[in-house]
Write a protein that binds this ligand. Structure first.
Ligand code: FES
Ligand code: FES
Length: 158
């Protein structure tokens, strides 16, 4: 066991873990942040997507030791108080979820995409979201949500 210090949802944290423990398991089972979902467990579906230093990453294939000293954000850390993040608001407004299982990973991936490219074209949104899977097939509404979130974050009306 060893101590790993990092920032989780803007709060410094230190935990005692096996350095090889999988980050997704630590987040869900040790720290209780169950918003991040376990889908495939092999880096394929995107359900476990989180942000590391603002970049979308898959937590199911990451050893917890990799995030020592880094800034980690989960779906629980996006809202500020009662104010949802614009991407969360946009998913609600666009009805971009059915069962909702893929939604936290989709939202985190979208935030990472918009951090990287604040004004993406529809094609860039589809490409950027393409590796996150939705078994309910909500892809069009998810792309709509990301598109309108980008507009709203850029001062647009939608
Ligand atoms: S659970 Fe991590 S990519 Fe599927
Ligand atoms: S809304 Fe059900 S998996 Fe995407």
């Amino acid at each position: 066991m060893e101590k790993i210090a990092f920032t989780l949802n803007n709060k410094p944290i230190e935990i005692e873990v096996d350095a090889n423990d999988i980050l997704l398991t630590v987040l869900r089972s040790k720290l209780g942040f169950t918003g991040t979902k376990y889908g495939c467990g092999i880096g394929y579906c995107g359900a476990c997507t989180i942000l590391v230093n603002g970049e979308a990453m898959r937590s199911c294939t990451m050893a917890v030791s990799e995030i020592a000293g880094q800034q980690v954000t989960t779906i629980e850390g996006l809202a500020i108080g009662d104010d949802l993040h614009p991407v969360q608001q946009s998913f609600v407004m666009n009805d971009a979820q059915q069962c909702g299982f893929c939604t936290p990973g989709m939202i985190m991936n979208a935030v990472g995409l918009l951090n990287d490219n604040p004004n993406p074209s529809r094609e860039e949104i589809v490409k950027g979201m393409n590796d996150n899977l939705c078994r309910c097939g909500s892809y069009n509404r998810i792309a709509d949500a990301v598109e309108s979130a980008a507009k709203s974050m850029n001062g647009g009306t939608k």
